[in-house]
Structure formats: C-alpha cells, structure tokens
Design a protein around this ligand. Structure first.
Ligand SMILES: [Mg+2]
Length: 305
C-alpha cells in the first residue's frame, strides 16, 4: 500500500533544506449516531465513480435519441432512430462514432456526402454539435429527470465526505448539465468526459484517470454503471462495480458485477452497503488497476496530472 500511495501522491516542495515528501490522503470518515452519541468511523470506500447516461438519468431514450432525431430533421435528413433501432446503435460508444457506424453499416450516407469521406466527417461533426445543443435544451427544460435514488446516494456520499466523480464518454458540457441537476450536493463532483482520454470504454482509461486525479486506490472505489461496456471498463480498472439496469441495458450480461439492481432504490442501495462491499471483497473481485494506472501515467506523463 505504501508503495502505491507514494507512486500516486504528488511531491510537495516544503522549502530549502527540506526534502519533498509524499502526501497520503486520509481515509474518508462519516458520522454514525448510536445511543445519541456521534462517532467518527473510518470507512473503506475512497470514492464513488458514476457513469452518466443510464445511471444518473435515462438519457439515452429520452434525451440523446430525441436530440439526434431533431438534429437529423433540421438538416433535412429522413433518418429517424426509433427506440428499438437506438438500442442496437448503442453498441457503438460515442455520438460521432455512433452516427458514423449507422451510415456505414445500418443505412447509406446521404447523397450529398456519399462519395466524400471528408464531407462525411464534417457532416457528423456538425450534426453532433447541433445534437449536443438540442440535448442541453432538453436537460435545461427539466424533461430528463434523475433516476430514483441518485440524489439520495449522492447526498449520503457528500455528507460523509466521500469524493465523487462522473466518468462518461459523452460530451463534457452535456454531462455537467445532468450533474448540475443534483444541486448543492454536486458541487464537489468532478466530471471526466468526452475526449479527456483517447480510448473510450470498455477501455479502463477514464476510470483510471479519475483514480489518478482523486488520488485513490482503484480497489477502494465503487463504480456505478448500467452497461456491459461500462462494467468491462470498471473491471479492467480493477474497480468493484454495481450495475443499475437502465432501459437499454437490462438484458446485458452482468455476471461479473459485484451487485446488480433495478435502480438505486430497488432494492435500496445505500452508501453503507457500498462501503461494506468494498471492505469485504468476495470472489470475482477485479484486480490489476494499480499496474494499469502506472502504465497509463508512463504513457501520457504529466498531461494526466
Ligand atoms: Mg451508461
């Protein structure tokens, strides 16, 4: 553990004649009330890391899909992604990548760009920018509610001083708008999104980046995901993962998750539950995140810190 902490922690210059030292973040604590007495209790949960789409809100069906269709319509395209088709297209992560995959394999590129790959890229780029703007309008309008239990769990973690982050392959501004709906409890939540890492999920990079930035041990955090791709990213990062099923992910294989729930309220999943899960890892606990994190830092160097 000591070697891991020193590998992560930044050196601090304390002045002439004083050697730099490693800074070890103290464990999170929370207050347990028993027999009327408040007691600070050491917790084994270093951080909570949330996916955004499907976890904080059911954004894929009710916001992203709707925004794509409105952007297509504005450009004069006849393409309409219904709920069933969109479920299939979600196998491709990232909005620009999803549109490219759709016109490359599910449909044909519009005539005006059909024979020009540069024009195709430009069209996808413009559509994605417009779709993102429409999505934000939908979020700002309050038509994309948070999923059950999200605000309650974030509130518990905030009160207990447990660091939180949202790690998503979606556009950073869009993710931030969703996070902002959490109000005051969201103020300490860091957002890692969009193109912040070159490889998207199922690569573990975005979760490892969050661990590096927060200065936490991958095996002492809990990831909340809703998809097989997200679960694979968390496991490759060596992080325990709870699955909260969403509209488009309910039928996926979650056999390697530490826990699977219909929502954070069904059954009720509390911060204490997640803490116990991390403190008492059972069979199938993922590992390997520390080594991957060291390799990631060597590969990208100071740009990650
Ligand atoms: Mg998701």
């Amino acid at each position: 553990m000591a070697a891991f902490v020193s590998a992560l922690a930044p050196s601090v210059f304390l002045g002439e004649g004083v050697k730099p030292v490693a800074v070890c973040r103290s464990r999170s604590t929370h207050v347990r009330r028993a027999r009327g007495v408040s007691q600070r209790v050491s917790m084994g949960l270093d951080a909570l890391l949330f996916d955004c789409d499907g976890v904080l809100a059911d954004t894929e069906r009710d916001a992203h899909r709707v925004a794509f269709n409105l952007a297509f319509k504005e450009r004069g395209l006849k393409d309409v992604w219904d709920e069933a088709l969109y479920g299939k297209l979600l196998e491709t992560g990232g909005g620009k990548e999803r549109m490219t995959a759709y016109w490359s394999s599910e449909s044909s590129w519009p005539e005006d760009v059909a024979k020009d790959s540069d024009a195709q890229k430009e069209m996808v780029k413009e559509l994605h920018a417009r779709k993102t703007a429409i999505f934000m309008e939908l979020v700002d309008s309050g038509k994309v509610p948070l999923r059950p239990g999200v605000a309650r769990l974030v509130g518990e973690a905030s009160e207990a001083g447990v660091p939180m982050a949202v790690c998503s392959t979606s556009n950073e501004k869009a993710v931030q708008r969703i996070v902002d709906q959490l109000g005051e409890a969201a103020e300490g939540i860091q957002v890692f999104a969009g193109d912040v890492v070159p490889k998207k999920k199922p690569s573990p990079d975005i979760y490892l980046l969050a661990a590096i930035k927060l200065g936490v041990d991958p095996q002492k955090v809990c990831v909340i995901e809703d998809s097989f791709i997200g679960l694979a990213a968390a496991r490759a990062a060596g992080m325990p993962c709870v699955i909260t099923k969403s509209t488009y992910t309910a039928g996926e294989d979650f056999g390697q998750a530490q826990k699977v729930v219909n929502s954070l309220e069904d059954p009720l999943t509390t911060l204490a539950d997640l803490t116990r899960m991390v403190e008492s890892p059972g069979r199938g606990q993922p590992s390997g995140g520390r080594g991957r994190m060291r390799r990631l830092r060597r590969r990208y160097g100071s740009s990650y810190l």
